[in-house]
Design a protein around this ligand. Structure first.
Ligand SMILES: [Zn+2]
Length: 308
């Protein structure tokens, strides 16, 4: 279950208020101090202070008064949360660098909340879907050209300290910074996130896909590229993940991740077929079906070798 809604969704203020938890007195005091500082600065050089900067400060301090960094982890012990947060910060940097070519990504003024759940009930209550289908979910809200809420829910009931779904979900959140005006196509969003799953998980998706291919259950290239939402039933979702991953790996292997992102940007402007031709020299959607026959290796970006 991945809730990555198409923007725009909730207005900034409503999102910030809905995420506030405790410490309002402290938050308001800090907010007033920062606003006063901004106003003082604007008195000397008004042109340098924009209204949206004031709004960013308000969103940040109201929602998360005590946080530092780009990520907040809740739902588990402080010591475990610290390890998860550190891991998540590293994956965030890696995703920005590998997928968006940003080696020094801007800080998230609206921090990403990672909610760790230790029971299926708690996960289902928060997400609305069973962890048996997916052990992570991402929720994003947008206002204009800004992301105003970032939230990841993961199951954290296994023996490992860092929940297994975090890397994948963080990719969705990082991509949202680039695709702020319109979500990337589902197959591309998922295929990119799947690159950050463990090798074992990726091999499982690949096996699901190959099995479905042998049985003639996969989508045509035209249908997959046009899919606007996730397939409703679990078995179809598994095929969708495997097929999307195979296509993304195949396209990235033809050029690189930067070209793939530019292709997606262009596809939103000029259409999928024109963008495929421009960036990959693919002149018909039917040719994309080669991706299923020449499956690119799992470790396309060299990511699954890294240690957790
Ligand atoms: Zn996903």
């Amino acid at each position: 279950m991945h809730r990555v809604p198409h923007p725009p969704k909730l207005p900034a203020i409503a999102a910030a208020e809905s995420r506030s938890r405790g410490g309002h007195g402290v938050a308001k005091a800090r907010l007033m101090a920062m606003l006063l500082a901004l106003l003082a600065a604007s008195a000397t050089n008004a042109s340098e202070i924009r209204a949206d900067e004031v709004a960013s400060v308000a969103t940040e301090t109201t929602a998360h008064p005590a946080a530092t960094g780009n990520i907040i982890v809740v739902g588990t012990s402080q010591s475990r949360a610290d390890i998860i947060r550190e891991h998540a910060e590293a994956i965030r940097r890696e995703a920005f660098s590998q997928l968006l070519g940003e080696t020094r990504p801007k800080a998230w003024l609206v921090r990403c909340e990672i909610h760790v759940h230790t029971s299926a009930d708690a996960f289902e209550k928060a997400v609305g879907g069973s962890p048996a289908e997916a052990r992570g979910a991402t929720s994003l809200d947008f206002a204009g050209d800004r992301v105003v809420a970032r939230r990841i829910d993961v199951m954290g009931d296994g023996p490992e300290i860092v929940p297994d779904a975090i890397d994948h979900e963080l990719v969705h959140v990082v991509l949202a910074d680039h695709f702020v005006h319109a979500a990337p196509p589902r197959w591309a969003d998922e295929g990119l996130a799947l690159l950050f799953d463990t090798q074992e998980k990726q091999q499982g998706h690949e096996a699901n896909f190959q099995d479905a291919r042998r049985r003639g259950l996969v989508w045509s290239a035209a249908d997959l590229l046009a899919l606007e939402d996730y397939p409703a039933d679990g078995p179809r979702q598994k095929i969708f993940y495997g097929q999307s991953a195979a296509l993304v790996r195949w396209l990235i292997a033809r050029r690189d991740a930067a070209t793939f992102i530019r292709f997606l940007d262009d596809a939103a402007q000029v259409g999928m077929e024109a963008a495929l031709d421009r960036h990959y020299g693919i002149t018909s959607l039917a040719s994309v079906s080669s991706a299923w026959k020449e499956v690119a290796p799992i470790n396309t970006l060299g990511l699954s070798e890294r240690r957790r």
